[in-house]
Ligand binder design. Structure first.
Ligand code: NAD
Ligand code: MG
Length: 399
C-alpha cells in the first residue's frame, strides 16, 4: 500500500470536512500535506492542528494573521501560503500525490486544472470546473496521465457501474455497450411545493435539502435543479457520452445514486445512504474499498424506491441547462457564472428564488447573440466568466 499525501482544496467546506473524517479513519494510508480555506480560518487552524497538515493556503494577509492567532496546535505552525497563485502551486506541489478538488464554484477551476496538468490523482468534487472548461480539463488529464476519480455522488455511482478502468485514466470514447446514463435527482425541497409559492421561499427553506447536508450554494442549486443540469454537463465530459444519451430521473429517496443502462437492457445501479463519505472513501481508496464510517443501508426499512420524470415547468433551470449544453461551451461558462451570481444574490436576500432562473435566462440570451467559440486556454474561460458575472450582477441590482 502506497501512502498518499493529500492536498484538500476547500477543506472547511462540506466535502472538505467529510474528506477529513474519512482520512482520520485511515492514518496508515493518508497523510495531509495541504489544506485550504477562504473564510472559516479559525476552523482551518483547528483542522490543521488535528491532522498535522504541513501547509495551509489562505486568501490574504489578514487571513494569515487570523490563522496565526487562532493556532493552538502542539509543535510549530504549518507553512502558511497566501493567495490564488499559492493555491495553484499547492495543487501541483511535487510532495502531493492526491488532490481533493472541493472548492465551490469557478474559483476552484485554476487549482483543479493545475492538479490535472501535474498528473496528480484528482478527486473531483468541483463540478463547476468541468462545466466551464470540460474540454481543457479532460485534455490536461489525458496528456498528463492523471487519475481522475469523480466524487459527485451521481458520477461516482456511474463510475462504479461502468466496466472498470483499473487505473482511472480519462475516457476519450463512449464506454462499450452503454446505451444511456441515468442521473438520479431528489427533486430537492420544492419537489411538491405549490409553484405559486416559490417566489416567496427563503434561503433557509431552499437550503433545507430533504436528504443531503451540503454547502449553501449547491443546496440552492439542488432546489432549482440547476445542479442536475451542471451534472449532465459533468457526465458528458467525464464519460465521453453525448448529452442526448444522458437522462435525468427524479428519485425522491436519494438511495439510488445513479445508473448505467446497457445495450442489452440491463441497468446497473449503485445504492447507499445519502452520505458523501461513501464516494469520498471510494475515491480515496480506489482501487481498494475502505471503511467510510457510513451506516449500512437497510432496503427493508426503506420499503420502496420511487422514480418519476422531471417537471421542466417547475424547474426552469434544468431546461436552461439543456439549452446551454446544446449551444456550446461559451453558453456553459455563462450558465455557470450567471448562476453563481444569482445564487449569491438570492442567499444575500437581494433577489427572489424565482429570479435565479430569470438572471440565467437573460445572461444566456445575451450570449446567444454572439459568435460561438471553443476555448483552448484558461484565460479565455476566465475572461467570459468575469464578464458574465458583471452582467448578471447588474441584472440582479436592476431586478
Ligand atoms: P462549501 O461551501 O461547503 O465549501 C466550499 C469550500 O471552498 C470552503 O472550504 C471554502 O472556504 C472554499 N472556497 C469558497 N470560495 C472560495 C474561493 N473564492 N477561493 C478559494 N476557496 C474558496 O461547498 P461544498 O458543499 O463542500 O461543495 C464543494 C464542491 O463540491 C462544489 O463544487 C459542489 O458542487 C461539489 N459537491 C458538493 C457536494 C456536497 O455534498 N456538499 C456533493 C457533490 C458535489
Ligand atoms: Mg451530485
Amino acid at each position: 500500500m502506497i501512502m498518499q499525501n493529500i492536498c484538500i482544496l476547500g477543506s472547511t467546506g462540506s466535502i472538505g470536512e467529510n474528506t477529513l473524517d474519512v482520512i482520520a479513519r485511515h492514518r496508515d494510508r493518508f497523510a495531509v500535506q495541504t489544506l485550504s480555506a477562504y473564510s472559516r480560518i479559525e476552523r482551518l487552524a483547528q483542522q490543521a492542528a488535528v491532522c498535522a497538515a504541513r501547509a495551509v493556503v489562505v486568501p490574504d494577509v489578514a487571513a494569515r494573521e487570523r490563522f496565526t492567532r487562532a493556532w493552538t496546535g502542539h509543535g510549530g505552525l504549518p507553512e502558511i501560503r497566501v493567495g490564488k497563485q499559492a493555491l495553484v502551486d499547492s495543487a501541483a506541489d511535487p510532495q502531493v500525490t492526491t488532490v481533493m478538488a472541493a472548492i465551490v464554484g469557478a474559483a476552484g477551476l485554476p487549482p483543479t486544472l493545475a492538479a490535472a496538468r501535474a498528473g496528480k490523482r484528482v478527486l473531483l468534487a468541483n463540478k463547476e470546473a468541468l462545466v466551464a472548461a470540460g474540454n481543457l480539463f479532460m485534455t490536461c488529464v489525458r496528456d498528463s496521465g492523471a487519475a481522475l476519480l469523480p466524487i459527485d455522488s451521481e458520477h461516482n455511482a456511474i463510475f462504479q457501474c461502468l466496466p472498470r478502468s483499473a487505473d482511472a485514466r480519462a475516457r476519450s470514447e463512449r464506454p462499450d455497450g452503454v446505451r444511456r446514463l441515468l442521473l438520479t435527482a431528489s427533486g430537492g425541497p420544492f419537489r411538491t411545493t405549490d409553484v405559486s409559492l416559490l417566489a416567496d421561499v427563503t434561503p433557509d427553506q431552499a437550503c433545507a435539502h430533504p436528504n443531503w447536508r451540503m454547502g449553501r450554494k449547491i443546496s440552492v442549486d439542488s432546489a432549482t435543479m440547476l445542479n442536475k443540469g451542471l451534472e449532465v454537463i459533468e457526465a458528458h465530459w467525464l464519460f465521453a457520452m453525448p448529452v442526448a444519451d444522458i437522462h435525468v430521473v427524479v428519485h425522491p429517496q436519494s438511495r439510488v445514486h445513479s445508473m448505467v443502462e446497457y445495450r442489452d437492457g440491463s441497468i446497473l445501479a449503485q445504492l447507499g445512504q445519502p452520505d458523501m463519505r461513501i464516494p469520498i472513501a471510494y475515491g480515496l481508496g480506489f482501487p481498494d474499498r475502505i471503511d467510510s464510517g457510513v451506516d449500512l443501508l437497510s432496503l427493508a426499512a426503506l420499503g420502496h424506491l420511487d422514480f418519476e420524470e422531471p417537471d421542466f415547468a417547475r424547474f426552469p433551470c434544468l431546461k436552461l441547462s439543456f439549452g446551454a449544453v446544446r449551444a456550446g461551451q461559451a453558453a456553459c461558462v455563462t450558465l455557470n457564472a450567471a448562476n453563481e451570481v444569482a445564487v449569491a444574490n438570492f442567499l444575500g436576500r437581494r433577489i427572489r428564488y424565482t429570479e435565479i432562473a430569470r438572471v440565467i435566462e437573460r445572461s444566456l440570451e445575451r450570449q446567444a447573440g454572439r459568435p460561438s467559440c471553443v476555448f483552448n486556454c484558461l484565460d479565455d474561460v476566465l475572461a467570459l466568466d468575469r464578464e458574465t458575472r458583471t452582467f448578471a450582477s447588474e441584472l440582479c441590482l436592476a431586478l
